[in-house]
Ligand binder design. Structure first.
Ligand code: HPA
Length: 232
């Protein structure tokens, strides 16, 4: 069962895995939100933990940054470890006046320059969308919690330092923000017949140039985490 990237055994992960990009954030979530967390993977420092949240068994594991990295970890969790749901909890750069710093973006679609159907013929337009069940649970919970959130498409770029025209192309199509993982996560979930959702905190704005300090990022992160744990 262990893979080149994951030393956990079958059964070590819960049905739902929360997936931040940053391994240290995975550790933080495990230590601050989960009861009795056990570290189940630390290959390449991609820390993975399983514990309970309000009596519910939940795991958290980092994705690393970008489409290739999340592709590896989500593929293995869905296809080799029996994981049913992956909820990405990340940060995002705003491409829209409707998504302000600290807002939460709940992604109902992920745009990508990569045409995954070229490599995986089963992929259709619908594959770039989250699980409708997770999406609707997240929207309901965000309303109930009185969070400042927006629902819409995100652009999953391959280039953090890319040409601004590329971000503009997807802003024009309605993307609320730019991040680097969701298209691959959604397509992998589709191919595996599993469920995925991305929830992100707006950490910077490509419109105004503002960005959050690391302390402010941590505070914004708490609301998003509680939302994710609520629907896990
Ligand atoms: N670009 C890509 N990914 C990001 C950004 C960004 O500006 N901000 C947070 N994640």
């Amino acid at each position: 069962m262990p893979t080149p990237h994951n030393s956990a055994s079958l059964g070590d992960f819960a049905q739902t895995v929360l997936m931040p990009g940053d391994p240290l954030r995975s550790k933080f979530i495990a230590e601050n939100y989960l009861d009795n967390p056990i570290c189940v993977n630390n290959v390449r420092g991609i820390q993975g933990y399983t514990g309970t949240y309000m009596g519910k068994r939940v795991s958290v594991m980092a994705s690393g940054m970008g489409i290739p990295s999340i592709s590896i970890y989500s593929h293995e969790l869905f296809n080799f470890y029996g994981v049913e749901n992956i909820i990405r909890v990340g940060t995002i750069g705003s491409l829209s006046e409707n998504a302000k710093l600290r807002d939460i973006i709940i992604s109902d679609q992920a745009f990508s320059e990569i045409d995954f159907s070229k490599y995986f013929p089963a992929i259709t337009e619908e594959s770039y969308k989250p699980s409708p069940v997770l999406l609707s649970k997240a929207i309901t919970s965000a309303h109930e919690r009185g969070l400042s959130f927006v629902v819409g498409p995100v652009y999953s770029t391959e280039f953090f330092y890319g040409p601004p025209e590329l971000n503009q192309k997807y802003a024009d199509k309605g993307a609320l923000g730019v991040e680097m993982e969701s298209s691959a996560l959604y397509c992998n979930a589709f191919l595996a017949g599993k469920n995925a959702l991305t929830i992100c905190t707006v950490s910077d704005s490509l419109i105004t140039g503002e960005s959050l300090s690391s302390d402010e990022r941590a505070a914004g992160f708490r609301a998003m985490m509680e939302l994710a744990l609520d629907i896990a």
